[in-house]
Design a protein around this ligand. Sequence first.
Ligand code: ADP
Ligand code: ZN
Length: 234
Amino acid sequence: MASILLRLKLDSGSTDKPRIVILLGAPGSGKGTQAPLLSNFLKMPHISTGDLFRENIRNMSPVGKQAREFMDQGLLVPDEVVLAMLFSRLGEADCKGGAILDGFPRTLAQAEALDREIAATHELSVFYLAIDFDLLIERISGRLSCKQCGRSFHKKTSPPMKEGHCDSCGGLLFQREDDTKEMLSKRLAVYSEQTKPLIDYYRKRRGILKEIQADGSKEEILQAMILSLCCGKV
Ligand code: ADP
Ligand code: ZN
């Protein structure tokens, strides 16, 4: 019901363009937790470039091969590889009504390319999930991911019901290779240098960026985003 109301509200805006929702934030800020919840609520697909790369790696595709050497070092995959993969995904039929992007854009060049691609055709909303670095380290070093569906758990704060297995699909849980402490500090440095400038990039464009405190509960964070999309000026 709430979802129907929200759709009506979104649809009755000044334009009926589909919406791209970007989740921006450091590794561990909760993008991958919130994106499926938001996706379920808005009935829009959730696109995680990290998940797409991991899927390509599992399938040993050429994109997977290219991405792996960068991901293994905690570095960003080159823009042209990311852009080709992302735009191809956005071109699929289920994205006609919009999409939620998790982990993209991560560089200024990616943000500009996205703007060029969708400026005339889509509305844009950006949620910046703001959180302390200390909390990130604790979240990520205890993170467990499902091999099958990608859902995240945490050893201490949100353990699965059955140890080692995903609550959603029963898949095996594992620690991502890039979720170790050493790799994490590298990824956080890459985030600060290459992705953080995007906050200002979107902040300069009035009404696009909304900052969400990402240290609350899953429900609180989701609610803040929904309220903002539905009632507030983002
Ligand atoms: P997290 O948000 O926890 O860092 P992701 O699953 O989003 O995890 O990303 C994992 C890795 O995949 C990144 O460290 C990077 O190597 C690669 N990657 C994902 N998205 C992008 C992107 N938009 N641009 C470049 N590299 C990316
Ligand atoms: Zn699963």
